[in-house]
Design a protein around this ligand. Structure first.
Ligand code: ADP
Ligand code: MG
Length: 325
């Protein structure tokens, strides 16, 4: 292992940061970064931490950690409808492992490049491996989505498919069989694609939005509490990828994975009158957007399967509390 000093680690991160933006006045290298935001725009800010063993399994490739540490943050901006612009990276490493940092920087930079996110600064410290990223992005005044705003009668939608990441984790941990059929599932776990463009375009269609980090049941509950309403979720409509359907054909087992979280899809509500526009957007983005339920007056969440009342499919991930995930 090539031991790297703090300065060398920062230099590696700086070298991979190839995004150049004209709203960055001062990037990496001084005490504080400075940006000159476009006039009249709101800034959306978010931060998220990944801890080894909690948010990614031991032995995860550094490039995948780099990608995911940015992806989970961009997903929060996507849920707001914001377009990402800048990031800060606080990296805590057990040792100055240049090879690890190079892999990490490559994965981070790959996703940053796709979304033109500039890395403008950060902090580098020694300790148990953990990665904190902050992001900022633009949103037009009046266009931001929030968790509040769902109204009785609104439809509930999710983007993409659900459950791949949880199945991917089960494969990595040996609880589900590996093999080539499971590769797309592992990819969804390690390289989630934040739905930035969908979020931006949903700003004028959705009444409320949240990203699915903790799982559909947990995250939709946040949206219901914020909107002071309830929902019926049609379990038989939860979208599953082909890979997940063939690896986990049993409905009950599959649905448990589909609410387990880590998918980083968007869950949003919208008035029924917007359904045609939402379908058109799905076509245009070549992204599945599936209607999975309806908002009801009164709190709580009910489930149906084939039109009949059904039990909840288990709980999503919880860091604190008595979740069974
Ligand atoms: P200070 O001691 O003044 O906080 P540092 O020596 O920690 O400054 O950092 C020097 C420069 O390198 C700063 O511009 C800082 O933002 C940047 N930097 C430090 N660590 C990182 C990192 N992990 N990612 C990106 N930039 C970093
Ligand atoms: Mg300083």
């Amino acid at each position: 292992m090539a031991a790297a000093s703090e300065a060398e680690i920062i230099a590696i991160l700086g070298r991979f940061n190839r995004v150049r933006r004209d709203d960055v006045v001062q990037g990496i290298g001084d005490d504080a970064a400075r940006v000159r935001p476009w006039q009249g725009m709101e800034l959306a800010l978010a931060t998220d931490t990944l801890v080894k063993g909690v948010h990614f399994p031991e032995g995860t490739a550094p490039a995948d950690v780099g990608w995911k540490s940015l992806a989970v943050n961009l997903s929060d901006l996507a849920a707001t409808g914001a377009v990402p612009a800048w990031s800060l990276l606080a990296l805590t490493l057990p040792e100055g492992d240049a090879e690890w940092v190079t892999g990490f920087a490559a994965g981070f930079a790959e996703l940053a490049g796709e979304h033109e996110v500039a890395l403008v600064g950060g902090d580098t410290t020694r300790g148990p491996l953990s990665v904190t990223v902050q992001v900022a992005g633009y949103v037009e005044p009046g266009r931001a989505m929030t968790r509040a705003g769902a109204r009785p009668g609104d439809a509930v939608y999710v983007t993409g498919t659900l459950g791949d990441a949880a199945a991917g984790l089960a494969v990595v941990q040996g609880r589900l069989p590996g093999g080539s059929g499971s590769e797309p599932l592992r990819a969804r776990l390690l390289r989630p694609r934040p739905r930035v463009e969908a979020g931006r375009r949903l700003g004028r269609l959705a009444s409320a939005c949240i990203d699915l980090s903790d799982g559909l049941v947990t995250d939709l509950e946040h949206l219901l509490v914020a909107g002071d309403c309830g929902a019926v979720v049609e379990l038989d409509r939860l979208p599953a990828s082909r890979a997940l359907q063939s690896l986990v054909p049993d409905d009950v087992d599959r649905r448990r994975l589909q609410i387990a979280g880590d998918d980083y899809e968007l869950c949003f509500t919208a008035p029924v009158a917007h359904d045609a526009d939402i379908r058109a957007l799905a076509d245009e983005l070549d992204l599945a957007i599936t209607r999975v339920g309806e908002i009801r007056a009164g709190g709580g969440m009910a489930f149906t399967d084939g039109g009949r009342p059904a039990d909840p499919p288990g709980r999503g991930w919880r860091h604190f509390g008595n979740g069974d995930a």
